[in-house]
Each structure stands twice: as C-alpha cells, then as structure tokens.
Design a binder for this molecule. Sequence first.
Ligand SMILES: NC(=O)c1ccc[n+]([C@@H]2O[C@H](COP(=O)([O-])OP(=O)(O)OC[C@H]3O[C@@H](n4cnc5c(N)ncnc54)[C@H](OP(=O)(O)O)[C@@H]3O)[C@@H](O)[C@H]2O)c1
Length: 274
Amino acid sequence: MTSLPAIAILGAGSMGGAILDGLLKPGVEVDGRITVTNRTAAKAGALASDRVTSLALENDPGANLTAVAGASIVLLGVKPAMVPDLLREIAPALGADAIVVSVAAGVTIASMEALVPQVVLRAMPNTPALVGKAVTGLSAGSRASASDVALVRSLFETVGQVLEVPESKIDALSTISGSGPAYVFLLIEELSRTAVAMGFSEDEARVMVGGTFLGASELLASSSDDAAELRRRVTSPKGTTERAIAVLQEANLSELFDRATAAALVRARELAGG
Ligand SMILES: NC(=O)c1ccc[n+]([C@@H]2O[C@H](COP(=O)([O-])OP(=O)(O)OC[C@H]3O[C@@H](n4cnc5c(N)ncnc54)[C@H](OP(=O)(O)O)[C@@H]3O)[C@@H](O)[C@H]2O)c1
C-alpha cells in the first residue's frame, strides 16, 4: 500500500494525466484531495470523478491557486516554457511545507528554487508511464530532505520504476530512458517495414514485430541473464541469426547510439540555455 498526502497536478495532460492514473490505482491511498488543473473545460471535465477535483482555467482563472491551497505535493505538468510563470502565479498560495515537483524537460532546479522558497524536485518520467511501466529519473533540489525524496519516489513508483540521480545526470538519463521509447518505436517501424517488404500484411508484421519486442523484453525482465547472454542463446554458431547479427554489427550500432544520445544531450543543453 502506497500512502500519499493531498496532491495537486497543475497541467494534467499526457504526462500529468498518466501520473493521475497512477494515483487512482488500487493499492494507492491519497490522504486528502487530488486536484488537477488544465486550461480547457473539455479536458478538465474528462478527468473529474468522485476522487478527483478537476478544474479548468477557462472556467476559473484562479484554478491553479485553488488547487495548490492545502496540497502537500504540487506536481507541475505544464510545458517547460510555462513553468516559471506558473511558479510565480502559485507562489502566494503554496503551503510553506509543500513539495514542488516538476516533470518539465530542461527546467533546472536552481531556476525553480529562485522563484519559490519551498522544497523542489525535478523528475524525468517516460511515456510508458501511461501503462504503469515508466522509468523516472528523480533529482532532489538543495532543500529536499531524504524523506521528501522518499515521498516523491513513492509517487512516481505508482507508474513504474524510479532511479535517483544527481541533477547533473538528468539530461543524460533523458537521452536514454526519456527518449528511449522513440528509439524502440523506430526499430519496430523499420523491422515492420522489412516484414511488409517480404510480403507479410501490416497486421502480420505488427504481430511478429510487436510480439517479438514484448516477448524479448519480458524474457529479459524475468531472466537472471543479461541481454548479451540471451542474444547468444538465440544465435547458434553458423546459424541464420548469426548471419543477421553480423550484418547489423557492421553498422556499428554502439557508435550510432553514442552519437544519437550525444546529439540529444547537445539539444537538451541548448534548450536549457533558452
Ligand atoms: N510526454 C512525455 O513523454 C514527457 C516525458 C517527460 C516529461 N514531460 C514533461 O511533461 C510536461 C507536459 O508534457 P505533456 O506531453 O504531458 O504535455 P500536454 O499533454 O500538452 O500537457 C500539458 C497540460 O497542461 C495544461 N495547461 C496548459 N497551461 C496550463 C496552465 N497555465 N495551468 C494548468 N494547466 C495548464 C494543458 O491543458 P489544455 O490541453 O487544456 O490546454 C495540458 O493538458 C512537459 O513539461 C514535458 O517536458 C513529458
């Protein structure tokens, strides 16, 4: 059983909404209100329930102030460019002991701590949060105690696994697990394209490729062996897989991933620099 205090999610879109789903799972108890905000009434209406107060700025321009009043955790789920203005807006209504957690890419803890006196943490979840299988990087701000970090960790554990990292590593983590689902989808797209080129239907390709990624991931998750060992087991000496792997390795995949993640890291620094 996970126990969490009253929480406000400001900007319950794709990521904030996934975290809201985590809070509504069986086994998670929120001691107090869950309040979420969005800009549009249509979006807010879809999230309202007996356990969730869902407010729209469209109906009530003070919705963010209402939401944070009494909240022990305030999760910022808006786009990165909106975070500074949102913090300025809610500063007068934030409780002194509230913990502010941002999931905004590229917005530094120092920039947020400069705007509010509360404890601030920064998190980088990924989209499998939507199915409760996120990997979230979590960095503590300078005012966060071990118990603050533990509390926020338990919040993100409602949607998957959590890795605590110093903020200096969060952009690097983002190039692996934040962007990582896109790398996996690209591999799936390309292998599916090959299957269709071989004469399989789109549906057959989806079963073959999607099923293989899922099955291989689950095999890895349930095995005590690492990926390299599991790969060796599929690769009989002088067999067909060995030939295919040799061709893939000619493309120097490890160097390719080094270059791809380095490019993402350069972009993260550009974005953080404005
Ligand atoms: N998606 C990801 O993979 C991912 C991963 C890690 C981190 N993040 C971070 O998560 C944040 C949100 O991304 P997202 O993909 O979830 O975007 P999103 O789906 O557009 O969600 C943002 C939400 O904020 C609402 N909003 C806009 N202005 C607001 C305001 N002033 N007050 C309260 N709510 C407001 C929007 O409502 P309306 O739609 O009604 O305008 C929308 O529902 C970003 O900072 C991003 O860096 C995203």
